[in-house]
Design a protein around this ligand. Structure first.
Ligand SMILES: *Cc1c(COP(=O)(O)O)cnc(C)c1O
Length: 407
């Protein structure tokens, strides 16, 4: 069989012909998966060190999550919110308890959680803070990532994400990430919220100085604004903490969750806050056909169960240190800088060796899946169920890829 006729190229041709070209995937076509490993259509086994951008924090097809999904598939999958279902109440109560907040607004994708958080913050601004109608402002961070809807890309600073999609929703002020002085200067009496990623994932796992998030909290308090933490990617164990914000020793008013909340099985996101904030929504003012559906809630409850005893979090923290040690050994040997937060790493490769894409392709040839971001950065976010020996494989693959590119 020639390369042209390989199962991979056949699948790629079909996707190229009939799927919108909004992605440029690595040349790997997955057929099945278990735990930290995927098998592609050629029968190759690859270690998944992207884990669906943290949607697969518990690995592929975690038995407890698959069992919860199967069980619910045999009962009821969708009711719409026109009626109740017996999974919604327990899911919201259990998620609220896990985070120590009072209320949950269930949605589907991360972008919807962000959009919902924006709507709730504006309404809170008018009804509770007393901002004049249509004047609410929200401060966001440069280089952030919050999803792909029109409002969200409107305040993105990434030209690829914005260009060609205007006109955009007004009411957002952008400040540099990690700069508390700039944030304080941007606050106005009409500022209703500050939207922040506790670690900027898509930007390349950018971890702010330890004093930054506590400073955001103080600035929000001083100006009567809500602190909204977008923990869609950083939350639910990725950093070795339930919430990266709490790991930084502070607390947000509003948490946005997604990705791992659906256990890698289906989309499930949530806005989590106290009743004085989420209570501003009344019937008819917000909703979603699929939000809070019993299948997603049943899987979400199983996710909460996996996180509740803290063992996976501790494991992610310990394995994160192990990964960090391995990656640090490559600094000066093709790696310029390493940033980590728990089991999450951004690795800046010497641009003379190649861009992040070239490194990711070379690692895939060595059986390890990672994803490039912005130029010469590769990002690793293996599932929290990965083993330390498997992390060593990933570091070895990176070392091998770098020396291949150096040749
Ligand atoms: C992925 C992500 C989103 C968007 O989630 P989708 O499910 O892709 O809409 C929002 N915020 C952050 C921080 C993310 O990483």
């Amino acid at each position: 069989m020639t390369a042209l006729e390989s199962p991979t190229t056949m699948h790629e041709a079909l996707v190229h012909e009939h799927s919108a070209h909004n992605y440029h995937p690595l040349p790997v076509v997955v057929a099945d998966a278990e735990g930290a490993w995927v098998t592609d259509v050629e029968g190759r086994r690859l270690l998944d060190c992207l884990a669906g951008y943290s949607a697969l924090n518990f690995g592929h097809r975690h038995p407890a999550l698959v069992a919860a999904a199967h069980h619910q598939l045999d009962r009821v999958t969708l009711t719409s919110r026109a009626f109740g279902n017996d999974q919604l109440g327990p899911f919201c109560a259990e998620l609220a308890a896990l985070l120590g907040k009072q209320m949950v607004l269930p949605m589907n994708t991360g972008a919807e959680a962000v959009e919902s958080g924006i709507k709730v913050a504006r309404k809170w601004g008018y009804e509770v803070k007393g901002v004049p109608a249509d004047r609410a402002r929200i401060v966001v961070m440069a280089d952030g990532f919050h999803g792909r809807t029109t409002t969200i890309v409107g305040f993105s600073t990434d030209p690829d994400a914005r260009a060609g999609f205007g006109p955009f929703t007004p009411g957002f002020d952008v400040v540099p990430y990690g700069n508390a002085h700039a944030l304080a200067a941007a606050m106005t009496p009409e500022t209703v919220a500050v939207l922040v990623e506790p670690v900027q994932g898509e930007a390349g796992v950018v971890v702010p100085a330890p004093e930054f998030l506590p400073a955001v909290r103080r600035i929000c308090d001083a100006h009567g604004a809500l602190m909204i933490a977008d923990e869609v990617q950083s939350g639910l164990g990725r950093t070795g903490h339930l919430l990266a914000t709490r790991g930084a020793g502070t607390d947000a008013d509003v948490y946005l969750l997604g990705k791992a909340l659906g256990g890698g099985i289906l989309p499930l996101s949530a806005v989590v806050a106290d009743a004085d904030v989420l209570g501003v929504l009344r019937p008819g003012q917000h909703g979603s056909t699929f939000g809070g559906n019993p299948l997603a809630c049943a899987v979400g409850r199983a996710v909460i169960d996996l996180l509740a005893d803290g063992r996976l979090l501790a494991r992610a923290g310990a394995l994160g240190s192990h990964l960090r040690e391995g990656l640090d050994e490559l600094v000066g040997r093709g790696v310029v800088a390493v940033r980590t937060a728990g089991l999450w790493a951004g690795v800046d490769v010497d641009p003379r060796l190649g861009d992040g894409r070239a490194v990711s392709e070379a690692m895939a040839r060595r059986g390890v899946l990672v994803k490039d971001t912005h130029g010469s950065t590769v990002r690793l976010s293996p599932p929290l169920v990965v083993g330390s020996d498997e992390l060593d494989l990933a570091v070895d693959a990176l070392r091998g890829a770098l020396s291949e590119l150096d040749a």
